[in-house]
Design a protein around this ligand. Structure first.
Ligand code: SAH
Length: 249
């Protein structure tokens, strides 16, 4: 532990906001998990100098807006069981990488349509020694038609990718029947949910809950839209790449 602490101190990355926030969420981080998160931050910070990964780069803000925010899922779902999880439009790895570090028994596929970001994620996965996690380059509209991915995940999560109607067409096809799609959304979400309800139904889902939870260490809140997959998705969805965002259902 002392060696790890020294490492944080050198770069001024002591993770006190993260550790306190995790306590509030009922998560006690091991030394290994803490150092993995710090290492992930350093890799992201360094790479962000040469490619566009994230607008949030200050250590304090990364601890709240990226790490704790990703982990807020624990307020919505029991994460203690083994599950296959897809993170659609993961970008620099949110919420997927923090969730994988803290809940290593979850199996993850991280998808993004920008190959450079997928390349970065593969470096992170190797450097942190993460297993049962794969970063995949592709668009939701294409991957969601492929047999090996379609209707094969217990849970799909997504943060900051698209409005809920388009996002549902990206995500619900990947969810197995009786599985869940959980979208990370802004606190004020009722109107967007109301507008997406018809689309969600067409795709085989049903909104089971909208939960608003405080983000530790801030005065902000985040909402989660919990969608349960009740029926299989008709084979014509997702429509071809670009259509779900141009002409939302
Ligand atoms: N989830 C991350 C990144 C959000 S930015 C976070 O919260 O920080 C949105 C990301 O979604 C981008 O990296 C973009 O490349 C990806 N994306 C957008 N449309 C997509 C699609 N149709 N299929 C796969 N990835 C997509």
């Amino acid at each position: 532990m002392s060696e790890i602490l020294t490492n944080y101190d050198i770069k001024g990355n002591y993770p006190s906001i993260l550790i306190d926030g995790c306590k509030e969420l009922g998560i006690s981080l091991s030394d290994r998990q803490t150092s993995q998160l710090v290492q992930f931050y350093r890799m992201m910070y360094d790479r962000n100098q040469v490619m566009n990964l994230t607008a949030v780069t200050e250590w304090d803000e990364v601890q709240t807006k990226h790490f704790l925010d990703s982990l807020l899922l624990i307020k919505v779902l029991d994460l203690s069981k083994k599950m296959s999880v897809l993170d659609l439009g993961t970008g620099a790895g949110f919420p997927g990488i923090p969730l994988k570090i803290v809940f290593p028994h979850l199996d993850f596929v991280l998808v993004d349509s920008l190959n450079k970001r997928v390349g970065f994620l593969n470096e992170v996965i190797t450097a942190l020694g993460l297993t049962n996690i794969q970063a995949l380059h592709g668009r939701a509209e294409d991957l969601g038609k492929r047999k090996e991915y379609r209707e094969s995940f217990d849970l799909v999560v997504s943060r900051a990718v698209a409005n809920l109607s388009s996002l549902s067409e990206y995500c619900i096809p990947f969810v197995r029947k009786d599985g869940f799609f959980i979208s990370y959304k802004a606190a004020q979400i009722s109107e967007e949910v109301r507008r997406a309800e018809a689309a969600i139904r067409i795709l085989g889902g049903k909104v089971s809950e909208v939960m608003t939870v405080p983000l530790p260490g801030t005065d902000m809140e985040r909402s989660f839209v919990v969608i349960r997959k009740e029926n299989r998705t008709p084979s014509r969805y997702p429509r071809k790449a670009g259509t779900p965002s141009k002409e939302p259902l």
